[in-house]
Design a binder for this molecule. Sequence first.
Ligand code: SF4
Ligand code: SF4
Length: 144
Amino acid sequence: MSLPAYQNGPDPSVVCPPCGLCCNYVSVGIDPPSSVERVSTTLWLLYHPDVSVYQSHEDEWFLLVRSRCRNLAPTGLCGVYENRPFICRDYEVDGCEGTSDIPAEKVKFDDAKSFLTFVSKWKPRLYGRCLAAGIVPPAFMAAT
Ligand code: SF4
Ligand code: SF4
């Protein structure tokens, strides 16, 4: 009888509900959009489909790209559980997006317009400098 691939570690089916939510994107830290230059870079990111930008509850900013991990099995379990990357091992099940009602992010933007509307309220003077610098296309301007 063959043993399951996770024989040397916990059974993933009892570690967490195998919803697979945390295996369907990658995210990397980015500079906060606190200058015209950085707002411009954030806009460039958000002009691409399947890319989002979010601020964590710890006020750190991240780029998020929706992409399903090739190791995620149809069962919702990890196909390389025993040898999964450290970042997967470190992910906390407590309070994760699959087990908590609290949104995983403080704020999240899937498009340029919603991001610019946020900037116009969050930092009105910065938004004004972005307008003056010519990086805000008319179609994406925040409503005033
Ligand atoms: S989001 Fe949470 S419950 Fe869902 S697979 Fe990831 S760790 Fe498990
Ligand atoms: S390696 Fe496994 S745990 Fe990590 S993202 Fe892929 S399926 Fe999920």
